[in-house]
Design a binder for this molecule. Structure first.
Ligand SMILES: NC(=O)c1ccc[n+]([C@@H]2O[C@H](COP(=O)([O-])OP(=O)(O)OC[C@H]3O[C@@H](n4cnc5c(N)ncnc54)[C@H](O)[C@@H]3O)[C@@H](O)[C@H]2O)c1
Length: 358
């Protein structure tokens, strides 16, 4: 395949689109050519910030006019499926859709089906798989630095769909993506207080709709993921979590690996490898270029046909675990995977008044 410059476009030019734009502008072999957003203010701001002169109010029109090779879907999650399917059907070669993949498994399945039918590479942006602290931790784990992994503790603030999606995805990554056998979880139904509806990520409608990023959220969750290989992960999310964002402790037969996450305590290293019986290692890490490396891997996958680290089937596996945790919390029992309910058990329980946030 000739190594022509690939043309990229962004749908939804809000906060997270900045990371995608920087990724496209930093990566070799790609050019950011256009954007679409229903908000005139949002698309003009993005256009001037990134020097993109072709802007559209309508994503469909942009796809028809620009025929981009790669499209980022950076809208709120309830729109991910519709816009991803639109892009696949328009002949886009790769879609990099923001996380969480969707808000229902049925939507995720539609996205995967559209990608398959149109030969589109579909990636879900759990970009932490490219972040140095996690990449190096995985290398140490693969090299046997702490022996056989026995247990992981995974901590983040926020809620299951918004932030827990990164937490579960990273837990799966650190363990080598083994299948999950069952999950057990509880959710905090306390309605979130002290929300910044102007600057807070995805809280624009909180005071009127009580939703974040356009979907229902719980106050926090505690969950166990039991993997088929016998390893367990204990997740702490949101209101019930200890401090930290995307923080992990991986325990093994011969030691422990600690990953600080985005909000380290003073003096806490990003990554610490603690083999039993010898001094801890705190490796030097290169600067974070995760979105650029992510885009470079998309270019490489399109040119060579090699798989991408953030493939849609992996995004779906993470969404399936989230939905199973919701089901477990509502039904108060462990839930085996595969979990196949097409809609969200959490949303269904809220809208039928089986549970309520208070
Ligand atoms: N990967 C990460 O680390 C990370 C971090 C933050 C947010 N996110 C995710 O990114 C996504 C976007 O979040 P955000 O904080 O950037 O939201 P945002 O509100 O800042 O931006 C969303 C944009 O989408 C636009 N939009 C709405 N409907 C549209 C449509 N039909 N067509 C085109 N544009 C439309 C809005 O006008 C807005 O400008 C969410 O899925 C969120 O979970 C990911």
């Amino acid at each position: 395949m000739p190594s022509e410059t690939l043309r990229a476009a962004v749908i939804g030019t809000g906060k997270m689109s900045r990371g995608h734009a920087r990724g496209y502008q930093g990566a070799a072999g790609v050019e950011l050519v256009a954007c679409a957003d229903v908000s005139e203010a949002a698309r003009s701001q993005f256009a001037s910030e990134f020097g993109v002169d072709r802007t559209y109010a309508d994503a469909r029109e942009m796809l028809e006019q620009e025929k981009p090779d790669i499209v980022s879907v950076c809208t709120w999650p309830p729109l991910h499926a519709e816009l991803t399917v639109l892009a696949c059907e328009a002949g886009v070669r790769a879609v990099l859709c923001e996380k969480p993949m969707a808000v229902h498994l049925a939507d995720a399945d539609q996205m995967l089906a559209a990608a398959k039918a149109n030969g589109t590479l579909l990636c879900i942006n759990h970009q932490r798989r490219f972040r140095p602290r996690y990449v190096h931790a995985k290398r140490y784990l693969d090299a046997g630095a702490i022996g056989r992994i026995s247990q992981v503790t995974s901590i983040c603030r926020g809620d299951l769909l918004t932030d827990g999606t990164h937490l579960i995805d990273m837990t799966r990554f650190l363990l080598g993506d083994p299948p999950i056998e069952w999950v057990f979880g509880g959710i905090d139904l306390t309605r979130r207080q002290n929300v910044d509806v102007v600057n807070g990520m995805g809280f624009a409608e909180w005071l009127t709709a009580g939703t974040r990023y356009g979907h229902h959220v719980e106050g926090g969750a505690l969950a166990i993921l039991h993997f088929q290989n016998g390893v367990r992960a204990n997740l702490e999310i949101g209101s019930i979590a200890r401090p930290g964002y995307q923080k992990f402790v991986v325990n093994g037969t011969d030691g422990r690996i600690e990953i600080s996450g985005d909000q380290p305590e003073p003096g806490e290293p990003e990554l610490r490898v603690c083999p039993f019986g010898s001094q801890p290692i705190t490796p030097e890490l290169e600067p974070d270029r995760s979105m650029q490396v992510n885009v470079e891997e998309i270019v490489n996958s399109l040119r060579t046909g090699r798989p991408h680290r953030l493939d849609g089937t992996s995004g779906r596996a993470t969404l399936e675990a989230i939905m199973a945790i919701f089901a477990s919390a509502i039904e108060r029992r462990p839930v085996p995977l595969p979990y196949t309910r097409p809609d969200s058990p959490f949303e269904a329980a809220l809208t039928s008044d089986a549970i309520s946030l208070g």
